[in-house]
Every structure is written in C-alpha cells, then in structure tokens.
Write a protein that binds this ligand. Sequence first.
Ligand code: AMP
Length: 280
Amino acid sequence: MQIAVTIEEVRKQVRAWKQEGLTVGLVPTMGYLHEGHTSLMDAARENDRIVVSIFVNPMQFGPNEDLASYPRDLKHDVELCEKHGVDLVFHPSPEEMYGGEFYSYVDMNVLTQELCGLSRPVHFRGVCTVVTKLFNIVTPDRAYFGQKDAQQLAVIRRMVKDLNMPLTVVGCPIIREADGLAKSSRNTYLTPEERTAALVLSRSVFLGKEMAEQGEKDCGKITSAMTALIRKEPLAEIDYVKIVDADTMQQVEEIRGAVLGAVAVRIGTTRLIDNFMTGI
Ligand code: AMP
C-alpha cells in the first residue's frame, strides 16, 4: 500500500492505473477510522484500485467547532486501510491542499440551508470544496459516502449532478455499535455516562422509522414522539429533529415518497447526528 502526501504523487499513480485501464474508487475520510469507514472501503472493492483520503479539512469547521481537538491516529488508520485492501492512502497537509493563496469555493443553496446547515453555516461549503478538490486530484470512477451523514450524501449527489462531475456516487448504510449507537469518530469524546445517554439518538431514530413503517404519515406526530423520547435524557440537548424530502432536504409535513428523518443532539459538549430513511 502506498502512502502519498502530495497531490503530484497521487496524480502520477492514478495516471499509471488509468493507462492500464483500471477503475479507481475513492473513499474520502477525516481519519480516526472505524467500521463505518471500512464498510466504505469494502464497498469500493468493486473497483480495481481503492484510494482512501485522510484529511481533517479545516474549511468545513466553524470557528467554535472541534478542528483542533478532532481525534487523529494515522498509524491505526494506515493499519486498517492495509487490512481492507486499500491501494493508496492520500494524507495531505493543510498546506498541500490550501497552501499559498486560495480564493475559490464550491457552494450550494437549498439543500445546505436546512438541518446541519442551520447551526453549521460554513460546513457544506467546506465539504463541497474539499470533495471537489479530491475528485479533481484522484479522478475516481466511483466515490463512496456513508448514509450516516445523510445530508452530506444528498449534497454531494446534487453537486455531482448539477456540475456534471464524471463519476458515480455510491451511498452506503449506517454502521452501528451493538447497542445501536451510530459509529462516529466523535464518539471518542463521550464520557461513560454520556456514552449511555447518547443511545437516545438511535432509539429516537428507530422509533421514528417504526412509526413511519407502521403507516404513520403525519411527520409532526413522528417528530413529537422522537423529541419526547430524547427529552427524557437529561444530558441531551436537541439541535433538531426533522423529517425532510430525501433529495431536497426541505421539511415535509406528510410522508409521501422518500423522506429522511434526521436528528442532531448535543450530549454534553459533543454534537452527534443520526437518521433513518423511509418511503424509498
Ligand atoms: P468522516 O471521517 O467522519 O468525515 O467520514 C468519512 C465517511 O465515512 C463519510 O462518508 C461518512 O458518512 C462515513 N461514515 C462515518 N461513520 C459512518 C457510519 N457509522 N456508517 C457508515 N458510514 C460512515
């Protein structure tokens, strides 16, 4: 497995693969890898070669967010990538990605103005910009994203469609701990007491999905039941509990077609997200 820190190294390797007629899958990550990430690598095996990027992207963090404390463990990440058959790890420095003068952004309306976009106003601009850069550097045939970050996946799908980017976006299911908590690099911030409290996210998501699947169409009723469940936990502070159209991320009142039920909840100082899809 090759570890590249410069854009030029990646370009050179990918060029060689493409000359051989090989397909390339890209898994963008911020590192501190877990089974959620490795499930994307396993899905990317449908390509001849797999590239995993490990880059904590400063541009997608707001001024009061956890950029400085975001967990990092490159040695462990590299071992996991090796174990899952990754061919190239791209681990650039912030200078390599944004060094010198940098004036260009990829931004989006509508989809980014709901859910996480409300409390994280610069987040999706940072995500769209870095993912565009990674697509331009790696030129993958397919790129893999987790349903765990459902709004991010919807935003990337829209960006690729709107801007005619020549690749296929593949969405992969949420990987959970045995007790239901969605796996996340940020779970490491939780104290044992908060770890138990964090189960309200997955419990509320399971409740919402079950209500929808048993025929409840009224989104207000579903989100009220989810909210009531979360409010029972004293350590939980709700950012949002919403049901939105699965493509546009706009709130809906009634379940008709594919919808996303999404929650963001602060457990202590840690902000966690979870979601369910229904009506697909
Ligand atoms: P991150 O390193 O948190 O930026 O995540 C990198 C990619 O892994 C994103 O596409 C995430 O949606 C995906 N991912 C993170 N956690 C999970 C999970 N528990 N299940 C599935 N995909 C995940």
